[in-house]
Design a protein around this ligand. Structure first.
Ligand code: ADP
Ligand code: MG
Length: 228
């Protein structure tokens, strides 16, 4: 059945990821042990060694943050879909991300907050919105604004997240959402992968647009939003 195929596909992906994680942890651990042994033997270049050891620990910390996101992916998507007002989910996540935005001199505006509703799992769509707004914040290295808007076009409900960030080079556009694809120093490259997975479970799609001015717009397109 389709479910079994999806399952076995998930398992093989899990196996590959586990092998990758084991490999990524082995190197910094080996190096940490080596430097600890040197320190134990009483060497002189302590300061230098501490710096390297902190770097190695940071590598392990990054792997830790990746694995916690993977745990999220591997959790079966519980299906708890209801008809939900979009504005409530938007307001919740804006409250959550406002401190991070304010810290970076970024304003978050909610436009046209009307009565659109979608049939969805509330916590999953909030996760999607968090991923997109976080990316928007991270794309902006100068003050500016992020606009969240909702509109109905024919039978579709479209939620847009628009930023004034650095935009996306056309040649990497197709890589967005590939596992571990990131252009950030401390990125995991899993946010858009999770986003796409959640959208698939909602028969919704992601559209990425370059703005004629500065920045990009990520749109979530929900069809048949009144019922499934
Ligand atoms: P991460 O945020 O950990 O890098 P994501 O899957 O969330 O992983 O995003 C993948 C990549 O897509 C980012 O590293 C970045 O290059 C690009 N990207 C995503 N959102 C935006 C955005 N709003 N503006 C510019 N680039 C973006
Ligand atoms: Mg991200």
């Amino acid at each position: 059945t389709e479910e079994m195929m999806v399952r076995s596909e998930k398992m093989s992906v899990a196996g590959q990821l586990a092998a990758g994680i084991a490999h990524e942890i082995r190197n910094p651990l080996t190096s940490l042990k080596g430097f600890l042994q040197l320190l134990q033997a009483g060497v002189n270049r302590k300061e230098e060694y501490f710096t390297i050891m902190i770097d190695e620990i940071e590598k392990i910390e990054k792997i830790e943050s990746i694995t916690s996101e993977l745990l999220y992916i591997s959790k079966p998507l519980t299906d708890n879909k209801k008809i939900e007002p979009v504005i409530n989910m938007i307001e919740d996540i804006v409250t959550l991300l406002l401190p991070q935005a304010t810290l970076n001199n970024i304003e978050i505006l909610i436009e046209r907050p009307v009565h659109e509703k979608i049939f969805c799992d509330r916590s999953q769509i909030k996760q999607v919105l968090i991923n997109l707004v976080k990316n928007a914040i991270e794309a902006m290295d100068t003050p500016g604004k992020i606009v969240l808007s909702t509109e109905q076009v024919d039978d579709n409900i479209i939620i847009s997240v628009s930023d004034e960030g650095r935009g996306i080079e056309t040649d990497i556009l197709h890589k967005l959402g590939e596992p571990f694809f990131t252009t950030k120093q401390s990125g995991t490259g899993l946010g858009l992968l999770i986003t796409k997975q959640i959208l698939k479970a909602h028969h919704a799609s992601l559209q990425i647009k370059q703005k004629p001015t500065k920045g990009s717009t990520f749109q979530l397109v929900f069809t048949d939003s009144k019922e499934e």
